[in-house]
Design a protein around this ligand. Structure first.
Ligand code: DCP
Ligand code: CA
Ligand code: CA
Length: 428
């Protein structure tokens, strides 16, 4: 048999099946009491004990606690005093970011054995598109159990896994039987699951949006799904439509292997703020600074990017990343900024922001080309002039009026936990 035919005989049935059903299988993994569990595995004296992990000097609140401590009512966000009142035997352990970062990387590497499509979502969470891996590993439950087993054997840690037709429901599912859970949700289970569920339970509906939805009389996801999409769009703009789909449990967003890009293929910069930021104007200011850093590097290398990515990490370590591809590739600060800012408009930012990251990918190398159109020339010339000043007098010699200081990157855990992330690109 000709080789091509042999190959298509293997490939066709699977492709066909996927096309007809259009059904995906998305796995979401979230580590149990992550920082606390890492502390307990690395220090046997802490195992089985109520412990609370606290931050560095500035952040003396409890960032997480072991399940033994939670039984007594210890909660994330409590002060040390409140923790001790809830549980007099509580043992405080100062956090060690390096350990958590290293563990996070190991977890991601385990996941990559099961599918190449792994999206790092936060320090202890990832999505994996396992649609193409089901056969090889014997189905959803088998993959879920194998991942859990490997993480237990290799790292001595437990995690909770949700498997569903999309990211939205997979994330919900991983939280349903914590700790050490494995929950599989099929299409037919979704309406029943969402009917009575309070809107805030779904990832993407934060306090602000939740409050606004409640003023419309919407309390459960079932109600949200039945609410007229047109009114939601009017009240919430771009995310109105997404809210409607959330209520129906529909989420077509792909699992994007983000936070794990090949450094050579993207240029980026991210920063953790000294204190969390929740003012949109401040966020914009940082966004412009980061876009400027990215643009400057790109221009030095004579390259432009077709795709702009934005990462937002919140104070609670959750995060969103999204990318947008533009027809005309960009490398001017303002162009990168305007795409990044548009992406930001489509994201729900209702928690203080801890970190922002901007990167460009899909790079083309064409040196420095003078723009054809007059309106583009002004920005080009301005940027070029700024670059020249920086070349001679240093990076801080000139900046935008809205941006007068570049805060130091001190103290808190940074995106370094994704060592292949955009930050590492182009060490100069
Ligand atoms: N974290 C933090 N500050 C917060 C929330 C979390 O520093 N406000 C850190 C500590 C957590 C880790 O991020 O261990 C992961 O956060 P999760 O919300 O996933 O919580 P845990 O993994 O600790 O517990 P759970 O088993 O409920 O997921
Ligand atoms: Ca967790
Ligand atoms: Ca988490």
């Amino acid at each position: 048999m000709p080789r091509d035919l042999v190959r298509s005989a293997f490939i066709t049935p699977k492709l066909k099946k996927q096309k007809i059903t259009g059904s995906r299988s998305v796995l979401h993994l979230d580590m149990d009491a992550f920082f606390a569990q890492v502390e307990q595995t690395t220090n046997p004296a802490l195992r089985g004990k109520p412990i609370a992990v606290v931050g560095n000097k500035k952040r003396t609140v409890i960032v997480t606690s072991s399940y033994e401590a939670r039984k007594h009512g210890v909660k994330t966000g409590m002060t040390m005093g409140e923790g001790t009142r809830a549980c007099p035997d509580l043992i405080f352990v100062p956090g060690n970011n390096r350990k958590y970062i290293d563990t996070s990387v190991k977890i991601i590497n385990v996941l990559k054995n099961f599918s190449p499509v792994v999206e790092v979502f936060s320090i202890d969470e990832a999505f994996v598109d396992i649609t193409g891996s089901l056969r090889l590993f014997g189905g959803k439950e088998a993959i879920g159990n194998s991942i859990k087993k490997r993480i237990k054997e290799e790292l001595n840690l437990t995690c909770s896994i949700g498997i569903a037709p999309n990211k939205l429901i997979a994330k919900l599912a991983s939280d349903m039987e914590k700790p050490d859970g494995l929950v599989i949700v099929n299409d037919k289970d979704i309406p029943g699951l969402l009917e009575e569920l309070p809107i805030e339970e779904i990832c993407g509906i934060g306090k602000k949006t939740g409050k606004k939805l409640r003023t419309l009389g919407i309390e459960t996801l079932g109600e949200l799904g039945r609410y007229p999409a047109s009114i939601l769009k009017k009240k919430f703009g771009i995310i109105g439509e997404r809210l409607h789909y959330m209520g129906l449990g529909i989420d077509e967003s792909p699992v994007v292997p983000m936070g794990d890009e090949n450094p050579a293929k993207s240029i980026g910069h991210s920063m953790t703020f000294p204190t969390d930021v929740d003012d949109r104007e401040d966020i914009n200011r940082y966004l412009l600074l980061l876009s400027g850093k990215v643009g400057r590097r790109a221009r030095r290398h004579g390259c432009l990017g077709h795709t702009v990515s934005l990462y937002v990490r919140f104070s609670d370590f959750t995060g969103i990343g999204k990318r947008h591809t533009v027809e005309n590739p960009v490398n001017l600060d303002n162009d990168i900024y305007s795409v990044a800012s548009k992406i930001l408009d489509t994201l729900e930012v209702d928690k203080p922001v801890r970190l922002l990251g901007v990167s460009i990918a899909n790079l083309i190398y064409n040196g420095k080309q003078f723009p054809l159109f007059k309106n583009e020339r002004r920005d080009f010339l301005l940027t070029d002039a700024m670059d020249n000043v920086k070349d001679i007098f240093g990076e801080d010699a000139v900046t935008y009026a809205t941006v007068t200081e570049w805060p130091s990157e001190a103290g808190v855990i940074s995106p370094a936990w994704r060592p292949n992330g955009p930050r590492r690109v182009d060490p100069k």
